[in-house]
Design a protein around this ligand. Structure first.
Ligand code: MN
Length: 495
């Protein structure tokens, strides 16, 4: 079919489809934030027009208008429900690098706050190193920016997500390098900031390029099961809805969540590649108004169905180090059928999906969120201590992205440590003086040697000797964290 002006319809369609539509962005923003004021919407409009003008005539490697890229970045940010300044900065983020306009121009037009955000993203983006150096430099910039304004990182993550979607235009080597970087730096950073949704998407795109065979295998495996599971979840949803209504629990939102491919793949590797052993391919999320209601819902579920032993996890009482809170439980719904439930309040849900990006909407700092800030401070400490690149990178990998264990103080505070950490590491993570005066330790109320390896969930009590003058030199042989090593060395030098 040919239209009157002679262009084939698919061509017209392609043009129409590729036109970034401001209304589409505004729609997402209003949907996520119904009370947004006119001034904020105006800011977004102005930023959109400004970006459209600035990038006018520029094309991406894919052939589409360049504007599509900042526009998609802004859409992701809008989905994350960040503040309007961040969305505007997302629209403007490539202007200093790709056009004749400068940060000063942006400052004049949009003010200091937005200029600082764009400048932060620009500085993160211009890495000129290769190989290990590039990797280190990336991490360093990322963490520097984090401490200045965390929103810079959120923009950068949204920017990277859109770049992953169009990665195919690059040569193989570049494709793999970017995918690897996404898997090793960007996805773990999203995870650490508690932005679960972005982490899942970034990992899945990286997985797609880095390991296409296993990506397809996982996808096919999931597809078959998914159709059956989603249908079954609908049935459970109906049963639960009437149960909740009978018990007067109002304003409940129920929805199924499907596991991301990469996270499913990792789980399959742990479960003999048997999808029948993965109980949370689809989980039923229950979002309620208050914390007491969360526990009421848990009670109702356990009254109705039999829970699986050892599968009840109370991340409300004991949040994950990235701030994640929910109650998880897995139950037998009927013969051979197993369903996982995730129960949380609306605020917890927001924080689980959007993490640090959601913080601006909640004024009071909750305990879990304070912990995130502490984590960022710790990263900076590591950075200050280590000058040598190789050592730095090892430490980041060891201290930040590797498997972590979560031990508890007797009061229930979570201490986040790398695997194989000992009570001495634990002590120094609480306080330098507790480390220096450490004389013994109890794990789960039993006295243990100080070189014992801690496991997740251990309750650790440090026994202190107030008269102790300095740490023991031998501790250096077994401590795992750099925080502990450095503090021991400093204390020994002093004495
Ligand atoms: Mn960009």
């Amino acid at each position: 079919m040919v239209l009157n002006h002679g262009l084939p319809i698919f061509f017209i369609l392609a043009i129409i489809l590729y036109m970034p539509d401001l209304e589409e962005l505004i729609y997402i923003i209003k949907e996520k934030n119904p009370v947004i004021d006119d001034a904020s919407l105006e800011l977004i409009e102005t930023a959109f027009d400004y970006a459209a003008k600035a990038h006018h005539g520029q094309k991406r490697l894919t052939g589409e208008d360049y504007l599509n890229h900042p526009f998609n970045t802004a859409k992701t940010l809008a989905e994350l429900n960040v503040d309007p300044q961040t969305i505007a900065a997302g629209l403007l983020h490539d202007i200093p690098e790709n056009t004749d306009l400068t940060i000063d121009d942006l400052r004049q037009e949009f003010g200091k706050e937005i200029a600082v955000l764009v400048d932060g993203v620009t500085k993160l983006g211009t890495v000129k190193y290769r190989g290990l150096e590039r990797y280190v430099e990336n991490l360093r910039r990322m963490f520097m920016a984090m401490t200045k304004d965390i929103r810079v990182i959120v923009i950068r993550l949204a920017d990277r997500l859109d770049n992953m979607k169009t990665l195919d235009v690059h040569p193989e080597e570049k494709k793999l390098r970017i995918a690897k970087e996404t898997m090793e730096i960007y996805a773990p950073t999203a995870n650490r900031l508690g932005i679960g949704e972005l982490k899942g998407l970034l990992e899945d795109w990286a997985f797609f390029y880095l390991d296409p065979k296993n990506y397809q295998w996982t996808k096919n495996l999931a597809k078959e099961r998914l159709a059956i599971q989603l249908k079954y979840i609908e049935k459970i949803k109906k049963i639960l809805t009437s149960e909740l209504r009978q018990n007067n629990i109002k304003n409940v939102i129920l929805h199924g969540r499907v596991k991301h491919y990469y996270s499913l793949y990792k789980k399959l590797l742990r479960k003999d590649k048997d999808i029948n052993k993965v109980y949370d391919l689809v989980a039923l999320r229950i979002v309620v108004g208050t914390i007491p209601e969360c526990y009421m819902v848990l009670g109702l579920i356990h009254k109705k169905w039999i829970p699986l032993k050892g599968r009840i996890k109370d991340y409300i009482a004991q949040p994950k180090p990235n701030g994640y809170q929910s109650i998880h439980t897995t139950v037998f719904t009927e013969r051979g059928k197993i369903v996982e439930f995730q129960i949380r309040t609306e605020e917890m849900h927001d924080l689980a999906e959007y993490g640090i990006a959601a913080h601006w909407r909640y004024k009071e700092e909750s305990g879990a969120r304070k912990k995130q800030t502490i984590w960022i401070k710790q990263l900076l400490e590591i950075q200050k201590l280590i000058k040598d690149d190789k050592k730095y990178i090892q430490n980041i990998k060891l201290n930040v992205f590797q498997n972590r264990i979560f031990a508890f103080t007797p009061k229930g505070d979570v201490i986040d440590l790398p695997e194989d950490a000992t009570p001495v590491d634990f002590a120094y993570h609480i306080h330098t003086e507790i480390g220096n005066k450490c004389a013994g330790a109890r794990i789960n109320e039993e006295i243990v040697p100080l070189n014992t390896t801690l496991k997740s969930g251990d309750v650790v009590e440090i026994i202190i000797n107030k008269n102790r003058k300095k740490p023991n030199q031998d501790w250096l042989e077994f401590v795992k964290t750099n925080v502990a090593k450095d503090k021991i060395r400093i204390a020994l030098k002093k004495s």
